[in-house]
Design a protein around this ligand. Sequence first.
Ligand code: GLY
Length: 308
Amino acid sequence: MFALIGTWEMSRKGVTLGRETLMQGGFAGDAVEEAVRCVEANPDYVSVGYGGLPAADGQVYLDAAYMDGDTLQCGAILSVTEVSSPIAAARKLCGRKTNWMLCGEGAKQFAVSSGVPLKDMRTPASQKRWQEAMEQKKADDVPAPYKGHDTVCILGLDENGHMVCGTSTSGLFLKVPGRIGDSPIPGCGFYCDARYGAAAATGLGEDIMRGCLSYEIVARMRAGQSPQAAAEGALSEFVKKMQELKEDHLSISLIALSPDGRYGAATTEAQFPFTAALPDGVHVFSCTPKGEHMDITSASPEEMSRLN
Ligand code: GLY
């Protein structure tokens, strides 16, 4: 069995590429990196990598992480500019005993020294988006989460039972420079333990980090829950707690994968698309809250064109 599970429809091409690697018996880490790189390189996906969402100063600051589920080793880069593939740099940090989470200039220097090319990650479209926001004086407001694609998260399982996960994002639109979300933080934006499963989150990092939701999902799988029950349970318990605190309007979507290739998803959004590259093909699913549970259905061709 192998599987690659990705957040949002934007991960479809990437998981399709990564699936080729897994079909040839390749390592989950290679497939995860390929899938994330594919999204990072595409400027049409405006919340990840090249052409990502700018911060309040107009610069694109990127966060990424990579975790190996066999060793629980991680690599992460935070708030870095000009690194052409943040996931490649994060992966190169994975395996270190110390200094595996680097931010800013240090992360950029590491990327250069380890062979990840630098590139201006702003595009004319990202600069226009920032310019328009400035003209509307939106920078003075509390920035709302970008309504659309957010972090690309990929969970991978290969034929040899290795599990890996990777995340990459430009973070919150118009964020304060230096702001970090959930995506590069273990336990929050991602977690992977090959004995029990992997999970990752997308949405507003400030919400997700307060629940350590990725770790919570894996802990629930460790206790015997299916990925779907674990994702739903972790989310609904957190939402309930936040409602007690009179904090709502949460923006959180979650994916989960078990070591035997079952997967699950949960969301606070009206609809959360995710992808699954499996031995029988590549699928796009739509996750929709329905009462206490989530409805997971195949995305129709009509939905697919809307999601593109
Ligand atoms: N989930 C991405 C972020 O909040 O930065």
